[in-house]
Design a protein around this ligand. Structure first.
Ligand code: ZN
Length: 419
């Protein structure tokens, strides 16, 4: 009996040390690590997570530690990442679990810290890059889709390399707690990223995907498209950098002074440009225009309400002027997208310049460009504010000129029903 007791004691010490090493290596993980209880009991078996406790079995800890001294630290870090990334809400299909392990293990391989690095990262990195080439972005859905197209043999290779474990299943309350921890972790890594350099890039990317706020683009649109009747925003004093700062620093939350938007917001002149080249699908444009419709329902109209919906690929294809909800309904019902050539953003700005010089437009409140592609930007920005709204379920970051704002909307957000 004495031998068993000392095995447990040794395992407890190994697990305790591993936890300390993890916090020392990756300080941004400390709060997450401390938010989770860790226990060890006698016997063999994989570590499991339930009721906010990560549970190890002493025999398995000792043999794993002997084989790979970093293995326990790695397992704790692995579970922490599942929790902060929200990998705890059940699977859509059987490939989701493996996809989650691939994402987590790759993030740890890239972090490459002293006590979490484990043998085999070259092989894992090779396969990860191969999967990513086809999946496009490190989201569970995209990787699982890619895995479902792989052969049984490939799946067995991936399972071996990325060693799927028993994944946590959290209740809604717990999930809320871990979501909050994940937001804090993201902010902390952003603050620390100079120390971590490129090693944090993968983790930041997946944390940003996790922490996207689904309704922000609606708020953004509403604020961008409307202005208060009494307190008018002077376009000459409008500072696009202020918006961009808000968008970049706080994910998708534009920093907008509520004072500027007091009272009932009113819609005035506004331009919506739709890139009809390639794959900006009718469904997405429909969704977007539905959002505009609901903004029109919530906001006041005035005699100046005039929304130009301009379709453009590499030239102007259509310009519909919408003055009221009926116009917009009519537009939505009869909407046909015209175009399909290459993307050039410049014709829209030239066209609006023309409208302004002909006095067919007075002073647009702004221009929003709905696109999912790369295009040619004008060298200089216009006097009115401009936002490019990218529809991209791969969450690739886009570079826009300094005079423009950007909003990235995922396809799943764009196709879900507005709440
Ligand atoms: Zn796992």
């Amino acid at each position: 009996m004495e031998a068993v007791a000392s095995e447990l004691e040794t395992a407890v010490r190994i697990v305790g040390d591993s936890r300390t090493y993890l916090c020392m290596d990756l300080r941004f993980m400390t709060r997450a690590v401390m938010s989770m209880e860790i226990s060890v009991s006698e016997g063999e078996g994989p570590c499991t997570f339930s009721e906010n406790r990560l549970h190890f079995r002493s025999g398995t800890v000792l043999s794993q530690f002997k084989e790979e001294p970093n293995s326990i630290t790695r397992q704790i870090a692995h579970m922490i990442l599942h929790l902060v990334l929200g990998h705890s809400r059940g699977y859509r299909n059987e490939m989701d679990g493996l996809a989650e392990d691939i994402i987590v293990e790759h993030a740890l391989d890239v972090l490459d810290s002293q006590h979490t690095a484990t043998f085999g990262s070259e092989g894992r990195t090779y396969y990860f890059n191969r999967i990513m080439k086809r999946a496009g972005a490190p989201t569970v859905e995209l990787i699982a889709d890619e895995l479902s197209r792989s052969s049984e043999w490939q799946i067995s290779v991936y399972s071996e390399l990325f060693s799927p474990d028993v994944h946590p299943a959290l209740g809604t309350d717990e999930d809320v707690v871990w979501k909050e921890i994940s937001q804090q972790m993201k902010v902390e890594i952003e603050g620390f990223s100079r120390n971590l350099g490129d090693r944090s890039s993968m983790l930041l990317e997946i944390l940003r995907i996790r922490n996207r706020r689904r309704t922000d683009h609606r708020r953004f649109l509403r604020n961008f498209m409307t202005s208060s009747e009494r307190v008018r925003v002077d376009p000459d004093n409008f500072d696009p950098a202020y918006y961009v700062l808000g968008l970049e620093r706080y994910g998708n939350i534009p920093l907008i002074d509520p004072v500027e938007y007091s009272d009932v917001p009113v819609m005035e002149e506004f331009v919506i440009a739709v890139d009809t080249s390639g794959s900006t699908s009718g469904e997405l444009v429909h969704y977007f225009m539905d959002e505009v419709y609901s903004i029109m329902e919530q906001c006041g109209m005035c005699k100046d309400t005039e929304i130009h919906v301009i379709q453009c690929d590499d030239r102007i294809r259509d310009d519909k002027v919408i003055r009221n909800r009926e116009d917009l309904r009519g537009f939505l019902d009869g909407m046909r997208l015209r175009g399909g050539e290459g993307t050039d953003f410049r014709p829209v700005f030239q066209y609006v310049d023309g409208l302004l010089s002909e006095r067919r437009m007075k002073r647009p409140k702004g221009l929003i460009y709905l696109t999912d592609g790369m295009g040619v930007y004008p060298g200089n920005g216009p006097d009115y504010p401009v936002a490019f709204m990218f529809v991209d379920d791969r969450y690739r970051d886009r570079s826009v000129p300094g005079w423009a704002m950007k909003v990235i909307v995922g396809r799943d957000e764009a196709t879900q029903n507005p709440t």
